[in-house]
Write a new protein. Structure first.
Length: 278
């Protein structure tokens, strides 16, 4: 049995919003596995915040930016231990320098980005040096990019949340306004995929399993469990796939309907969204 600490219980509580005792029991039952503990809470009927899509972290800064031609957008997350260091100008400057290098050098992955030179040292060495100055653990936790005919980057005030999104066209009406609105939709509503067919099979299987268990806990007949679970899955699609979400600017239509009104051939190619944990 895993030794569950108060810090781990509190971390799960912050991630899910569930009660302390419920979180402790979930961690004990799941031998300390956080993802399994989240599913355990959901199966027991707890209302749990869907933070998986947020790529949870502790403190730090998240920045996003597009290239000058708007054909590529990048997003990075630089982590530290405290909000105090996250607001330190040297920490912020390092994150911005990383972002600019990722724009100009176009690294294919985070390991290549870490190896690129900044001030005659690798980015990873720059992070290590700043760790020595602040006494806090730091890491370049995430780096992603999207490409398309037109891309957009949105940085939420405070730099704790950002997203990037790419489109298949750059000639649709009011292109900059539409791109900004879709990016802000992604930031606000945290979709896990573009459309139903893009959701990972493991996520679908987990949602069906959780739906069945929830229905069973509610006392529904055994023969109805699968039907109820698929009904809950459709609700999941509506809440967590971009094109099926209610459009935040007009909840009488979905994002897909809104885009179709603009241009029937307009498509979101990809998006990335990162947010710091509570």
């Amino acid at each position: 049995m895993a030794n569950i600490t108060a810090a781990e219980v509190n971390k799960l509580r912050q991630q899910t919003g569930a009660g302390m005792m419920d979180c402790k029991k979930a961690l004990v039952e799941c031998d300390g596995d956080f993802d399994k503990a989240i599913d355990y809470l959901r199966k027991k009927g707890q209302k749990v915040a869907n933070n998986r899509a947020d790529r949870d972290a502790n403190e730090g800064i998240i920045l996003a930016k597009t290239t000058a031609d708007k054909k590529r957008a990048v997003i990075i997350m630089l982590n530290c231990e405290t909000d105090f260091v996250a607001k330190n100008q040297e920490f912020i400057d390092l994150a911005n320098a990383m972002l600019d290098i990722s724009i100009t050098k176009n690294p294919e992955n985070i390991e290549i980005l870490k190896s690129l030179l900044l001030n005659n040292r690798t980015i990873e060495e720059n992070v290590t040096e700043l760790m020595g100055k602040t006494g806090e653990k730091m890491s370049l936790a995430h780096y992603e990019f999207v490409e398309g005919a037109k891309t957009f980057a949105y940085n939420h005030p405070g730099n704790r949340l950002a997203c990037i999104v790419s489109f298949n066209k750059d000639d649709f009406a009011e292109v900059d306004q539409i791109g900004k609105e879709i990016a802000m939709q992604i930031a606000a509503m945290a979709p896990v995929a573009i459309d139903k067919g893009d959701v990972d099979k493991k996520i679908i299987e987990r949602e069906i399993e959780i739906g069945k268990e929830q229905a069973k806990q509610e006392g529904k007949p055994e023969e109805m469990l699968e039907k109820i679970a698929f009904g809950k899955l459709n609700k999941f699609y509506k809440d967590y796939t971009l094109l099926n979400q209610e459009f935040v600017r007009d909840n009488k239509k979905t994002v897909g309907q809104y885009m179709n009104e603009i241009d029937k051939n307009l498509k979101v190619i990809s998006f990335k969204r990162f947010a710091l944990g509570s």
